[in-house]
Design a protein around this ligand. Sequence first.
Ligand code: UD1
Ligand code: CA
Length: 463
Amino acid sequence: MGHNVVILAAGRGTRMKSQRPKVLHRLGGRALLQHVLDAAAGVAASRVVVVVGHGGDEVEAACAAPGRVFVRQEPQLGTGHAVQQAVPALDPHAPTTLILNGDVPLVTAATARALVDACGGERLALLTMTPADPHGYGRIVRDGERVLAIVEEKDATPAQRAIGEVYTGMMAAPTAALGRWVAALKNDNAQREYYLTDVVAMAVADGVPVVGLPVADETEALGVNSPQQLADLERRLQRRHADALMTAGVRLADPARIDVRGTLECGTDVEIDVGCVFEGRVVLGDGVTVGPHCVLRDTTVAAGARIEAFSHLDGAQVGADARVGPYARLRPGAVLGDEVHIGNFVEVKNSTLARGAKANHLAYLGDATVGERVNYGAGSITANYDGVHKHRTVIGDDVLIGSNCVLVAPVTIGAGATIGGGSTITDDAPAGELTLARGRQVTIAGWKRPVKTKSGKTSDGGR
Ligand code: UD1
Ligand code: CA
């Protein structure tokens, strides 16, 4: 039997001072709401209902998925009012309804499951915590062990404000009772809002047991209301990633200076220097080292390869024992074989380099197929684009391309050929031969440099 999940995401997020709806701000490369949806995916939900308000269209467009329902709350009259809007969309046969917040992103699937289990379709389970400063939170009012009510800060007596245990904003309730309770909510309180938290006293009155479940790690209950809080949660999330990587044996030069905005899978003996950013799905094989300040996105690096400082790899595949950088740029479709070397200020796009090929300095390879052991000289480029179409350059095994060559595609350089430096190659070059395509060097005997005359005119240097 599945469960209902309601995610409250209608709030405005004024303090973000942003045009973007709050729950679409990014944490670890994903929308805040996406983190909560991922946690919700851990509870075998039969229905997920997201309550949206401000920027609802945008939120829905960004996070729509099959089986996910978006309901509107206009205007926003409180958390209880938000749940009222969700009730008609719930699966009435799901015994438990879990309520999460779209702006509390680091809740784990394990905690979501623990709440659902504590409810069991017949108890009201509240996730609580005891923060250093309880100011602003709803207080958990108990009589001994028994939870009696949640009182909001603004409605609390001084004695109640002294309570340290607070409500995190997450609960799990029996579905049918929740529907009855929220329908009966009143707004006769300090904020003239319909408080979801008033359902606690209703449960007590109905004889439904109320369970307070302390959260394992308060990071799970932290919300995002400002850019400062967003940045704080980003560091906490990155610390989670860093700890998981180090537990798996990855050596990080500094766990406070890594950013994983997707998934990073590492083999054994991987070393990562400071300031690296990993986006999308990145896989690093055994013994890979990544130098400082590299960006790797959707890239696979095979065993033993070294990525040197300040390199940018996007949609690339790097072969075993290859060397990339410093200051290299690999763009989508760059496929490097084993032991390939790509040096400083070399850009590779949609090109395959076979084993042992080298482009060590200041070069561009676009739409090229490069054979084994090719040496591609400094300053050489493929002219792969005629303004409309892209064309391929094919370079055979053991070719030596001198410095400052332009290979005007489509063009094929036969295996073992040598292309003299400074050549502009527009026709295929035969295998095994030296091909040159450049102006011949001439010397003008007796030529004189122009010199200034007294009248200010210049002589023409005798030509
Ligand atoms: C709420 C709880 C408080 C708890 C605190 C934890 C109530 C009445 N109080 O406080 O006990 O300690 O969370 O952070 O529930 N939202 C809507 N529609 C609305 C109002 C809010 O969707 O009309 C959403 C917000 O976007 C947010 C969540 O509900 O995701 C919580 O709202 P917020 O205003 O932050 O919480 P409080 O009401 O201050
Ligand atoms: Ca509020």
